[in-house]
Every structure is written in structure tokens, then in C-alpha cells.
Design a protein around this ligand. Structure first.
Ligand code: IPE
Ligand code: IPE
Ligand code: MG
Ligand code: MG
Ligand code: MG
Length: 304
């Protein structure tokens, strides 16, 4: 085995702004390219399940990483490692989220979940290995060593007990809590379980460049909350075939969501306010941030 795990074929050096739909597809494919390359030659259920679990997502987090890097002068050949890292980490979070001991889901991205297609052991191990792969990939991000190390440690915090895992723990605990959560508690839950990885993705660009992370941090925080509200709304209003996963499960499981607290319309209003706040946070970037603004609008308009 060699230490050479970079996928360096024809990296794009194009720094021009693209429409959101084009940028999203190209970011998803750049992230997938890094993941698949890192898994080259591996055979067996765990690597097969890793490839399966990372395929077919929207690639929103990869997009945020690559687009915010572009805003700071880094091309996709440099940022696709961070994009692959966050998509691998996100895929791990979904594989474990779907396990019978968590949300017990059979469908993900229109396909059987990993524990249904293989078994629980494979799902646990593929998730574990995807998390490790994220830290392998982020290490190769094309920026100065200090910025790279900053990306790694902040990814660890975003993924862990102060971030995604902490939010997931609150989400599961809320199912059996005696009293409904307050708005502040739901915000803390969502900020962890969904927000932490989305905010990390949005801060990739300024972190790579060693620049002020606050505007994109604010954008990411608002976007993350709006994103999870849209996910909760889709659980009620969405069509399972279109969404690609079961719907109507949150209320049945006693999940604490913005919708459970504010009602459907109240939650949608809150999401629209958050999108406006996210866009406002980008004012310092001028017209070059239009694609990120379109991404914020997409997050609450999406049907899957
Ligand atoms: C789903 O995330 C899980 C949540 C955090 C709400 P996405 O809707 O981004 O899932 P994919 O990656 O596109 O399948
Ligand atoms: C999952 O939230 C968030 C993470 C995996 C960290 P949900 O449980 O609401 O996501 P879906 O609805 O299963 O995609
Ligand atoms: Mg869940
Ligand atoms: Mg779930
Ligand atoms: Mg959900």
C-alpha cells in the first residue's frame, strides 16, 4: 500500500461562478471521485457498502465546501478532498441513523438501507470506516498545512459529541422524554445533528484561506437549521418515492422537530426567515456569492 491517496486526474482549475444546479452536480461527482479513488482495489462487503452508501446523495455538503473554497480562490482540484471528506462523514451518519437501534429505516436515497442490503454488522463497520475515510481525505486538501490541520480538528469537533453525535443523542432521547422540548432545546438538537456538518462545509473556504470564518459560519448556521426544517416538513408533506426514504415517521416516533413545536406553517415561515438571514450574511462577498444564495433558496424549495 502507498501513501498516495489523492485523485489527481484532470483537476478543474476553473474559478468562474456556475449556476447552482451545475455546481451541485459537479461537486457531488468530485467528492465521489475522491471517495471511490481512496477505495480503489478494496473488495468485500464493507468497502462495497461504503461505495453504495456514498452514492446517490444530493451532494449539498460537497457543494458548500467546493463553492466556498472557490470564493476564496481555491479550485475544485484543491477542495474536492474536503468535499469527499464531508460526504463520507455524512454518509456514515446516515448509515448509522438508519440502523434498527436508531431510526430503523429500510429505504435511503431510493434504495434499501445498508443494513437491509447487507446486515447490521456491515452497516456498523461501513459507517465506522467512512468516518475514518473522512479524516484520511481531509488531510489532502490543497491548502497550507496549518489550514489543513484546522480543517481536521474542526471536522472532529463537528462530527463528535459537541456536534452531530451530540445532536443525534438529543434526538433519540427526545423520543422518550416526559415533556416536549422547548424551542431552545430543539435549536440545540438541530444545530448539532444537522447543522454542525453543514456549517463545517460552509466554512471550508475561509478556513483553507485562513480568512474570517464568521460570515460563512453565520450562513452555514442558518442554512443548517433551514435544511433540517425542510427535512422535517418533507417527512410530513413529501412523497416517499420522490424523497427516497420513508415519510411520516417523525410524529409516530415522537421526534422533537420545529414542526412538532411550531406547526407546519410556523416551521415553513421560520425556514424562510433563516434563508433570508443566510443570504444577508453573504453581503460582503458581493455578486460572486449568488450561487450560495441560490443554494439557500434550494434548501427549502427542494422535494427530496
Ligand atoms: C439527510 O441529508 C439527513 C439530514 C441531515 C436531514 P440530505 O438530505 O442531505 O441527504 P442526501 O445526502 O441528499 O441523501
Ligand atoms: C439525521 O436526521 C441526521 C443525521 C444523520 C446526522 P434524520 O433522522 O431526520 O434524517 P433522515 O430523515 O433519516 O434522512
Ligand atoms: Mg434520525
Ligand atoms: Mg433518520
Ligand atoms: Mg428526517
Amino acid at each position: 500500500m502507498t501513501d498516495q491517496t489523492q485523485f489527481v486526474a484532470t483537476p478543474s482549475v476553473d474559478l468562474s461562478r456556475k449556476p447552482f444546479d451545475v455546481a451541485l452536480i459537479s461537486a457531488a461527482s468530485a467528492a465521489q471521485g475522491q471517495i471511490d479513488f481512496a477505495l480503489t482495489g478494496l473488495v468485500g462487503p464493507v468497502p462495497d457498502a461504503m461505495k453504495y452508501a456514498t452514492a446517490g446523495g444530493k451532494g449539498l455538503r460537497a457543494f458548500l465546501a467546493i463553492e466556498t473554497a472557490r470564493l476564496h480562490g481555491f479550485h475544485a482540484g484543491q477542495s474536492s478532498f474536503a468535499a469527499g471528506a464531508i460526504e463520507a462523514l455524512h454518509a456514515y451518519s446516515l448509515v448509522h441513523d438508519d440502523l434498527p437501534c436508531m431510526d430503523d429505516d429500510d429505504m435511503r436515497r431510493g434504495q434499501p438501507t445498508v443494513h437491509k442490503k447487507w446486515d447490521e454488522v456491515t452497516a456498523v463497520l461501513a459507517g465506522d470506516a467512512l468516518q475514518a475515510l473522512a479524516f484520511q481525505l481531509v488531510h489532502f486538501t490543497g491548502c497550507p498545512a496549518e489550514a489543513r490541520s484546522n480543517l481536521s480538528v474542526t471536522l472532529a469537533i463537528a462530527a463528535g459529541a459537541r456536534g452531530m453525535v451530540g445532536g443525534q443523542a438529543m434526538d433519540i432521547a427526545a423520543e422518550t422524554a416526559d415533556d416536549p422540548l422547548t424551542l431552545d432545546q430543539i435549536m440545540a438538537l438541530q444545530t448539532g445533528k444537522t447543522g454542525a456538518l453543514i456549517t463545517w462545509s460552509a466554512m471550508v473556504g475561509p478556513r483553507m484561506a485562513g480568512r474570517n470564518i464568521d460570515p460563512l459560519g453565520k450562513y452555514g448556521d442558518c442554512l443548517g437549521l433551514a435544511f433540517q426544517i425542510a427535512d422535517d416538513v418533507l417527512d410530513i408533506e413529501g412523497d416517499a418515492a420522490e424523497v427516497g426514504k420513508a415519510v411520516g415517521k417523525d410524529a409516530a416516533a415522537g421526534k422533537a422537530t420545529f414542526v412538532s413545536l411550531l406547526g407546519l406553517q410556523g416551521a415553513k415561515n421560520r425556514a424562510a426567515e433563516l434563508v433570508a438571514e443566510a443570504c444577508d450574511a453573504l453581503s460582503g462577498y458581493g455578486g460572486d456569492a449568488e450561487t450560495l444564495k441560490d443554494a439557500a433558496r434550494f434548501v427549502i424549495a427542494r422535494r427530496k
